[in-house]
Design a protein around this ligand. Structure first.
Ligand SMILES: NC(=O)C1=CN([C@@H]2O[C@H](COP(=O)(O)OP(=O)(O)OC[C@H]3O[C@@H](n4cnc5c(N)ncnc54)[C@H](O)[C@@H]3O)[C@@H](O)[C@H]2O)C=CC1
Ligand SMILES: O=C(CO)COP(=O)(O)O
Length: 350
């Protein structure tokens, strides 16, 4: 290894800022990593000032992770190529709808020996295929890309409450220890696995299940119904992974990136909260997203659409009644109660 490794975090939202904080704490006195963490910020005005200036002066992302101090070695940079150039490690942590544009602008800027890790929860439906972001980043930038996902509601991790996370990479021996060193904290415990596809299928689809659980909450159906939705959702997540992506292991669904993330998101995530309000107010999800999230982004609504379009095009909607019900409720005005009707067993006792 020649010198210490330079780390850049591409993204600075709720989770992006939280993870930059962990990285910054870990690189402060590191023999492996350069102290400075460059964090790309999608520039915007907050209270009439540039968000990057506020972050660099106050060491706080007052819009996306308020009341949490960032270490002063985390430096906010508004130009993405400036933030990423010469990086040895790129941490992608963006809402999934923005990833392609950002990656395209990094083409030709990234050193050949750079490694990446994707913390993005989402899939991309294009050319009639669903793409995994770690694989898209590998293709666009021609560098290896691992993935991290887990039961990690950012506000809780930022308060240093105990969480687990999963890292998956194709070369566990080469990349595992390095990423574990970068992300582990006393309150953030990581396990490394080889199933990067299963991990990302879980991270994306659990957001659709969380929308379903919010619908159950909006209908005030109680904990048993929510458990039924989590169970049915998990079955379809596994079926989806196994049906459409090679190399997905059942064990992955028992890691933090699987059932644990599903449980926490269905209990306390943004997708759940906004979907509950969708039922109680009757307003569309995109309107509520703007009203309730102050610029933060829902991933479950777009993922529900992408999954639906993919399944429809393959004539497979019948095999995924729960995912299809979520789509129909939020996009096709179907009654919210179908969220549990779709789970009923087809057995007849007559
Ligand atoms: N917030 C959380 O608790 C967790 C989020 N994640 C995942 O991490 C990823 C990033 O989420 P967050 O950091 O929470 O983001 P967020 O939900 O806070 O989204 C807002 C971010 O998007 C940026 N943005 C807005 N317009 C943009 C544009 N046109 N181009 C590029 N960026 C733009 C904003 O500047 C801001 O940084 C998502 O895939 C999410 O599912 C994963 C674990 C936990
Ligand atoms: O991914 C998350 C927790 O692990 C956050 O979920 P929400 O986007 O629904 O808040």
């Amino acid at each position: 290894m020649h010198g210490k490794l330079k780390v850049s975090v591409i993204g600075s939202g709720n989770w992006g800022s939280c993870i930059a904080r962990i990285c910054g704490d870990n690189t402060k006195n590191s023999k492996t990593f350069e102290k400075e963490i460059r964090m790309w910020v999608f520039e915007e005005k907050v209270n009439g000032r540039n968000l990057t200036e506020i972050i660099n002066e106050q060491h706080e992302n007052i819009k996306y992770l308020p009341n949490v101090k960032l270490p002063d070695n985390v430096v906010a940079i508004p130009d993405v190529t400036e933030a990423a150039k010469d990086a040895d490690i790129l941490v992608f942590v963006l809402p999934h709808q923005f990833v392609y544009k950002v990656c395209e602008s990094l083409k030709g800027v990234i050193p050949k020996n750079c490694r990446a890790i994707s913390l993005i929860k989402g899939l991309d439906f294009r050319d009639n295929e669903l793409a995994l972001f770690s694989e898209e980043i590998e293709k666009i930038l021609n560098i290896p890309c691992a993935a991290l996902s887990g039961a990690n509601i950012a506000s809780e991790v930022a308060e240093e409450k105990f969480s687990e996370a999963t890292i998956a990479c194709s070369n566990v021996d080469r990349d595992g220890p390095l990423f574990v060193e970068l992300f582990t904290a006393s309150y953030f415990d990581i396990r490394v696995i080889g199933d990067w596809r299963g991990l990302q299928v879980c991270g994306a689809l659990k957001n659709v299940v969380a929308v379903g659980s919010g619908i159950v909450d909006g209908l005030k159906l109680g904990n048993n119904a929510k458990a039924a939705v989590i169970r049915g959702g998990l079955v379809e997540m596994r079926r989806f992974g196994k049906s459409f992506f090679g190399g997905v292991h059942t064990e992955t669904f028992f890691e933090s990136c699987g059932v644990a993330d599903l449980i926490t998101t269905c209990a306390g995530g943004r997708n759940r909260r906004v979907a509950e309000a969708f039922v109680t107010t009757g307003k569309p999800m995109d309107v509520l997203e703007k009203e309730m999230l102050n610029g933060q982004s829902l991933q479950g609504t777009l993922t529900a659409q992408e999954v639906h379009d993919f399944l429809k095009q393959r004539n497979k909607l019948d095999e995924f009644p729960f995912m299809t019900a979520v789509y129909r409720i939020i996009y096709e005005n179907q009654p919210p109660k179908i969220i549990v009707e779709c789970l009923r067993s087809k057995q007849s006792f007559n």
